[in-house]
Design a protein around this ligand. Structure first.
Ligand code: AMP
Length: 280
């Protein structure tokens, strides 16, 4: 695997490949790689000549400085995992390589930016679009792979691609879970053994919702699931919502495609999860 830390060196290398008509698949990450990330690499390998992964803990998308500081950065083991997965290129820049100064960025994302995650993490999606735009500009991928785990992020990036008319196809990949149902996340390593057990209430409540849902019990089920989560020790619910899968407006009995999304703090660790009804 080739490893680049500067935009210029990566840009030059990929430029050469592109001139030989090689297609580029791109998987942006913040590292602390787990099988969920590697499933995106595997998906990219199926459809592209070259796969580029980036590892960059993007400061502009963190609204909590403590969260940024404690974000895991096990770069040596990440490189090993990418080598084993057969990834072709890693881009692992320093912050100063990506941000020259105090840059201002604002993209008019509309209500998507303020709903759900946006309400609890103000400014988060401006930071996400800022870094993904920069990364797309350097890598110029044909296809870019994102996890359903961050469902709202996929919609936000789709919106950016439409607004700026970017020449990239986005692919959303399924959520990888531990055998007990917990959605894989780089943040799971912060959970104590007890918290790890309590965290299962997120996937359990989503499963309960999917299994019990019919058009007439939506609001009642939402309340039941919120109560299930709130009564779990050490778990502080932020939201549990059923939403229109296209725009994240609250769902009602007439909504065709529904995604159910949850966010909660388990101890000090903030976790998110979701499920698309009908896919379960
Ligand atoms: P992150 O490093 O958390 O920014 O995640 C990088 C990419 O991996 C994002 O597109 C995530 O949605 C995706 N991802 C994270 N966790 C999972 C998972 N459990 N299954 C599939 N994809 C995931």
């Amino acid at each position: 695997m080739k490893i680049f830390t500067t935009r210029e060196s990566l840009g030059n290398y990929l430029g050469q490949l592109r001139s030989k008509a090689q297609t580029i698949g791109f998987v942006p990450t913040m590292g602390a790689l787990h099988p969920g990330h590697l499933s995106l690499i595997a998906q990219a390998q199926l459809h592209n000549s070259v796969v580029v992964c980036s590892i960059f803990v993007n400061p502009t998308q963190f609204n909590d400085p403590k969260d940024l500081e404690k974000y895991p950065r096990p770069i040596a083991s990440d490189i090993e995992k990418l080598e084993t997965a057969g990834c072709d290129v890693l881009f692992n820049p320093e912050v100063k390589e990506m941000y020259a100064g105090n840059e201002h960025w604002h993209l008019v994302l509309g209500e998507l930016e303020h709903l759900l995650e946006g309400e609890f993490r103000p400014g988060h999606y401006q930071g996400v679009t800022q870094v993904v735009y920069k990364l797309f500009d350097i890598v110029k991928p044909d296809n870019a792979y994102f996890g359903q785990k961050d469902y709202q992020q996929v919609l936000v990036i789709q919106k950016m691609v439409q607004l700026l008319n970017l020449p990239v196809s986005l692919v959303m990949c399924p959520i990888l879970r531990e055998t007990d149902g917990l959605a894989m996340s780089s943040r799971n390593i912060h959970l104590s053994a007890d918290e790890r057990q309590h965290a299962l209430i997120l996937s359990r409540s989503l499963n309960y919702f999917s299994d019990s849902f019919n058009k007439d019990n939506l609001f009642e089920l939402l309340e039941t699931c919120k109560k299930m989560i709130s009564s779990e020790p050490g778990v502080q619910l932020e939201y549990f919502e059923a939403a229109n899968a296209d725009n994240l407006h609250p769902a009602d009995q007439n909504t065709e495609n529904i995604v159910v999304l949850v966010a909660a703090k388990v101890g000090n660790t903030r976790l998110i999860d979701n499920t698309i009804l009908g896919n379960h």
